[in-house]
Design a protein around this ligand. Structure first.
Ligand code: SF4
Ligand code: MG
Length: 315
């Protein structure tokens, strides 16, 4: 059985003052039905742009995306409308993505209306069912977004996404803005919903620890490029790329296995995507940079089984 989603050579550039901002330079990735792929990198690394370009909220500059084996870049009309149903997005800031003047009933109902999914009494029943599904109560139906906590608002965002019975959801930093105590609850909810409904997730985060438990595989991105891809366990136990190693060493986890690992400090900021470094884009911050790193883009290679990276250290 083929992948649910195939991303091939995806690029997304934005024009800024006649220059190209290379937000996504090259992303190639298969995502299988029922799995969660974590997409990780510091802010400004192109994760959100990649997420949006993958689901055609942004038109890619180059590259193709296949959903269910069909190229969605050519979709229009009915096909595009169905795609907008099959693929949903959950946002980082649920408050900004929920209309403050709409009640929960209106917010979720709107999603149902757009796709003509339920009317009248059925519509209200379905909204109540969705509220229960995400751990909210029937009495919440007539309330406004500001009457909820951050975690509850994220639950409303999740209910809205689920209303149209999607198959694939891009979760763009859905827990980054929440209190640490609430983060695990939302992750658990997303995991339970995934099991119940066979959902597939692309889960975007800036922190590896946030995606560790929910992800089957993790893709690490830096300046629009793929640095490393592997199973969540493999990536945490044997990080290959210096950038992944740096991200991991910055995680304050009480894990005895990590104690002896060399702590790498990544100095400086992410360079501008208007003018990315030649060769390996990470070289200006890499503690292992060599001459070749400035001249040659490292190849994407399977270094261990199902564990890929792009780094001259492994050539
Ligand atoms: Fe560092 Fe060179 Fe590897 Fe890039 S290719 S991560 S600069 S060692
Ligand atoms: Mg972002």
């Amino acid at each position: 059985r083929g992948p649910l989603l195939q991303v091939k050579g995806l690029k997304k550039y934005f024009k800024v003052n006649k220059q190209h901002l290379k937000a996504v330079e090259n992303v190639t990735l298969d995502i299988y039905e029922g799995e969660t792929v974590g997409l990780v990198g510091e802010s400004g690394c192109g994760k959100s742009t990649a997420g949006r370009a993958i689901i055609r909220l942004y038109q890619p500059t180059a590259g193709d995306v296949y959903f269910n084996g069909e190229n969605i870049n050519q979709y229009s009309g009915k096909k595009l409308k169905q795609l907008r149903r099959d693929i949903q997005m959950i946002f980082q800031d649920p408050y900004a993505s929920l209309n403050p003047r709409m009640t929960v009933e209106d917010i979720i109902g709107e999603a149902l209306d757009i796709h003509g999914l339920a009317r009248g009494k059925k519509r209200k029943e379905r909204i109540l069912e969705l509220l229960v599904l995400v751990g909210l109560d029937a009495e919440h139906i007539s309330r406004f977004p500001h009457e909820f906590s951050g975690g509850q608002r994220q639950r409303i965002g999740i209910a809205r996404a689920l209303a149209v019975e999607p198959r694939f959801i891009v979760c763009d930093e859905p827990i980054s803005a929440l209190d640490v105590s609430i983060q695990a609850q939302v992750v658990n909810l997303l995991q339970n919903l995934q099991k119940q409904m066979g959902l597939t997730y692309l889960f975007i985060a800036h922190d590896l620890s946030m995606v560790k438990y929910i992800s089957d595989r993790i893709l690490v991105m830096y300046l629009g490029n793929m640095m490393e891809l592997g199973s969540s366990d493999e990536l945490h136990e044997n990080p290959l790329h210096p950038y992944t190693q740096a991200l991991l060493s910055a995680v304050p986890v009480p894990d005895p296995k990590l104690k002896d690992r060399e702590r790498i400090v990544v100095s400086g900021d992410v360079p501008s995507p208007l003018n990315p470094p030649s060769g390996c884009v990470f070289r200006t911050r890499c503690p292992h940079a060599m001459d070749i790193c400035a001249n040659q883009v490292p190849e994407w290679k399977e270094v261990r089984e199902n564990h890929f990276t792009a780094c001259h250290l492994y050539e």
